[in-house]
Design a protein around this ligand. Structure first.
Ligand code: GLC
Length: 434
């Protein structure tokens, strides 16, 4: 909960803390990157990478017409994939806003489409029981008060830099507070607020430019429970650590003292829709990644970049459906789960997750072994074992010949598996602990 009183707590969380209890239980969320870069269809950073001036980039705004946009489809696909929250780019670095903000004309309602995209999205996801998160870019390549920096598309345009040298970042910081106020007052309860990102140093921007302290205070005042990420360049302001496009080898070391963590990753390499990017990850590996996060007490926020017509790309649909097939039968090894109790070591080629409320331990088999799985220290501690996808019993009695010849050790629980891997990408054994 938001209010914490001890002196130690307030030192660690000088701006208060959001409510991460639901967040830790949810484990799996959908990131959505959608904006006018979706028309360029070659990365959401296209304007910066190709150093496109605003006038030239305007063609995407002028042709923005997502006629197939049906947020109910998106929300249904997210729910069926097993995702429990979503985070949408209300504004990305290009500055384009999906909602009808009073503070800019660079928004969906002024495109040929002419309609607010955010309200119906929020409603559709909430109707599916999915929690609502807003990504809000700290960078803004469109706002006239945003000083040109090392990432700005026109950073190498000397005449432009010269002409725009007097931009006052304070007008931009105020603009952000106005917009964040809209986002936190016009859409009901917001569960996650995802600021992105700070880049301190020469030609960069940090908490002094964003006025991060004012910003976080405003956020906590408007919605004390909202879960805020850690990218404001302000120690103590974040509720979650957000490793990006990597799979941490262990729980990130900053994720202590009540700080949760969430890996954010893409299917390919781009967040925004990228037509010609073909290095898409496979469903099985994505499932293993989700499990790996949970086994380390983390979440996975997996990104979809919808097309400019407003649909999920066919490759994303296929992966979401595949993950959903698995989640349908295995979600109880994910929701409400975290790492195994201290001292329980996963067997070879496996991960462990554990639900402390039900006292069940889950063995996720990343590779199907021949006949036996050995769990050291668990002998006599398990009441019942079954494969999770079909609730078929897993034998816990060890054949005498095996004991005689291979002596697995007194404290080891050895499970006997069927010869063939069941037809699921990651089979899971559910152990009911005594
Ligand atoms: C990065 C990128 C951005 C993406 C984000 C997601 O910071 O700038 O395009 O939205 O990561 O984590």
């Amino acid at each position: 909960m938001a209010a914490r009183s001890s002196a130690a707590e307030s030192r660690k969380a000088p701006y208060g803390r959001g409510d991460t209890s639901w967040f830790r239980d949810a484990r799996f969320g959908m990131f959505i990157h959608w904006g006018t870069y979706s028309l360029a269809a070659r990365h959401e950073w296209v304007r910066s990478k190709e150093q496109i001036p605003q006038e030239e980039y305007q063609k995407y705004f002028d042709h923005f017409y997502p006629d197939l946009y049906n947020p109910k489809d998106w929300a249904r696909m997210a729910r069926e994939a097993g995702m429990r929250y979503f985070v949408i780019t209300t504004k990305h670095h290009e500055g384009f806003c999906l909602w009808d903000s009073k503070h800019t004309g660079y928004k969906a309602t002024k495109t040929p489409w002419g309609k607010d995209l955010l309200k119906p999205m929020v409603k559709a996801f909430r109707d599916e029981g999915i929690r609502v998160g807003f990504y809000y870019s700290l960078l803004d390549w469109h706002h006239p008060g945003y000083p040109v920096d090392c990432h700005h598309p026109q950073r190498n345009d000397a005449a432009f830099r010269e002409r725009e040298a007097r931009r006052d970042v304070r007008t931009y910081a105020a603009y952000m507070r106005h917009q964040v106020t809209e986002l936190l007052t016009q859409f009901g309860e917001v569960d996650v607020l995802w600021f992105d990102f700070s880049f301190p140093g020469k030609d960069g921007k940090d908490h002094t430019h964003w006025e991060s302290e004012k910003l976080i205070k405003l956020v906590r005042k408007l919605q004390p429970d909202v879960v805020v990420d850690n990218r404001l360049d302000l120690p103590g302001s974040g509720d979650i650590v957000t490793p990006e496009q990597v799979q941490p080898r262990t729980r990130p070391h900053e994720a202590i003292d009540g700080i949760a963590w969430e890996a954010c990753q893409t299917f390919s390499g781009s967040w925004g829709y990228y037509r010609d990017e073909h290095t898409w990850r496979g469903t099985d590996e994505l499932i293993r990644t989700l499990v790996d996060c949970v086994s380390k007490d983390g979440n996975l926020l997996l990104n979809v970049g919808p097309t400019a017509r407003g649909e999920f790309d066919h490759r994303a649909r296929e992966r979401l459906a595949g993950m959903g097939e698995w989640m349908k039968r295995h979600s109880r090894a994910v929701y409400g789960c975290g790492p195994a109790p201290a001292g329980i070591v996963p067997p070879q080629d496996a991960r462990l997750t554990y639900n402390p409320k039900t006292n069940r331990l889950y063995v996720h088999l990343f590779a199907w072994p021949f006949k036996h799985v050995h769990l050291d220290g668990l002998a006599g501690k398990v009441a019942y074992a079954q494969l999770l996808h079909d609730a078929s019993e897993v034998d816990m009695k060890l054949e005498q010949w095996y004991i005689d010849q291979y002596n697995p050790g007194k404290s080891t629980l050895t499970l006997t598996l069927p010869q063939m891997q069941p037809p699921v990408p990651v089979p899971v054994i559910e152990l009911f602990l005594k």
